[in-house]
Design a protein around this ligand. Structure first.
Ligand code: NAD
Length: 247
C-alpha cells in the first residue's frame, strides 16, 4: 500500500483517531525509548528511572531523575512537520481525537486543541506529589533543583515529588484510558504513528478500533505487533509521510 492510496482513505474519513508515540517527536530532537537511538537501547540502566518502585525507594534514583529533567531535550524542542500535519487534519474537521503516549506537550505547542489531545501517560510540564496528590507546574520546581535542592520535596506535605507522568508500576489517571478507548471505538480510521505499540493498556486501543470497524494505518520506521492487523503499514520518516497523508 502506498502513501497515495492511504491519502484517499484519510481524505474520505470523518472521524480520524490518531495514536502517537515517542517516534513523532524524534525529529524534534527528543529520543524515543526503543528505536535504534532510543534512551533504553543505549542505556538499559535508564529504565530504572521510569519505574515507580525504584523512584520511591531510592533517593539516588530521584536525584538522577531530577538532573535528567533539568536537561531534558524536550524543553528546547519545537514541533515538527508530523505534529503540524495533525493540526491540519484537525483544521479540516476530520480529527476526532489525538491519543498520545507522549509527555512532551508538542502536540499542543504545534496548535492541536487541548480538548482533542488525550495524554494517556501524563505530562512533563507538571509535577505531582506522591503524598498529598497535589499538582503544580514543573518549572518552579526545576528552579529549586537548579538552586541546589537535589530531591525537592512537596512544599505542602513534604512528600516525594515527581513529574506528572506515568512510570512503570503506576496506574493511569482514572478515566483517561476509558476516554481513549471510547474515542478509538468511534473512529472510522485509526492512524498509529511512531509507536512500537508495546506499552499497555494504550496499545489495546489499536485492536479495539479495528474490532469496532475502523480502518487501521500504521506509520512507523520499525515493525509493530499489529502490522498484520493493519490495512496499511507505511515505513519511513513520520515528518515526511504525515504531511503527504493530509496534503
Ligand atoms: P517507543 O520508543 O517504544 O517506539 C517508538 C517507535 O517510533 C519505534 O518503533 C521507532 O522505530 C519509531 N520511530 C522513531 N522515530 C521515528 C521517525 N522519525 N519516523 C518513523 N518512525 C520513528 O515509543 P512508544 O511506543 O511511544 O513507547 C515509549 C513510552 O515512553 C511511551 O509510553 C511514552 O510515554 C514515553 N516516551 C515519551 C517521549 C516523548 O514524550 N517524546 C519520549 C520517549 C518516551
Amino acid at each position: 500500500m502506498t502513501v497515495d492510496s492511504v491519502r484517499g482513505w484519510v481524505a474520505a474519513a470523518r472521524r480520524v483517531v490518531v495514536l502517537t508515540g515517542a517516534g513523532i517527536s524524534t525529529e524534534s530532537g527528543i529520543p524515543d525509548f526503543r528505536g535504534p537511538d532510543g534512551v533504553w537501547t543505549r542505556d538499559p540502566e535508564a529504565e530504572k528511572l521510569s519505574d515507580i518502585r525504584h523512584y520511591l525507594g531510592d533517593p539516588a534514583v530521584r536525584r538522577r531523575a531530577w538532573q535528567k529533567r533539568l536537561t531534558a531535550p524536550a524543553w528546547q524542542a519545537r514541533p515538527n512537520a508530523g505534529h503540524a500535519a495533525l493540526v491540519e487534519l484537525e483544521r479540516r474537521g476530520a480529527l476526532h481525537a489525538l491519543i498520545t503516549q507522549n509527555i512532551d506537550g508538542l502536540h499542543q505547542k504545534a496548535g492541536s486543541s487541548p480538548d482533542k489531545v488525550i495524554e494517556v501517560h501524563g505530562t512533563m510540564h507538571e509535577v505531582v506529589c506522591r503524598g498529598c496528590a497535589r499538582r503544580g507546574p514543573m518549572l518552579p520546581v526545576l528552579e529549586r533543583v537548579r538552586a541546589g535542592e537535589e530531591d525537592p520535596a512537596c512544599a505542602h506535605c513534604g512528600g516525594i515529588l515527581k513529574s506528572a507522568t506515568i512510570l512503570f508500576g503506576e496506574g493511569l489517571e482514572p478515566g483517561v484510558m476509558e476516554r481513549a478507548l471510547r474515542a478509538a471505538e468511534a473512529a472510522d480510521l485509526l492512524l498509529a504513528v511512531g509507536s512500537s505499540l508495546q506499552v499497555y493498556p494504550v496499545a489495546g486501543a489499536v485492536p479495539a478500533a479495528k474490532r469496532a470497524g475502523a480502518r487501521l494505518v500504521i506509520v512507523n520506521a520499525e515493525p509493530t505487533p499489529f502490522d498484520d492487523l493493519a490495512n496499511a503499514v507505511l515505513r519511513g520518516s513520520i515528518g515526511e509521510i504525515l504531511p503527504r497523508l493530509v496534503a
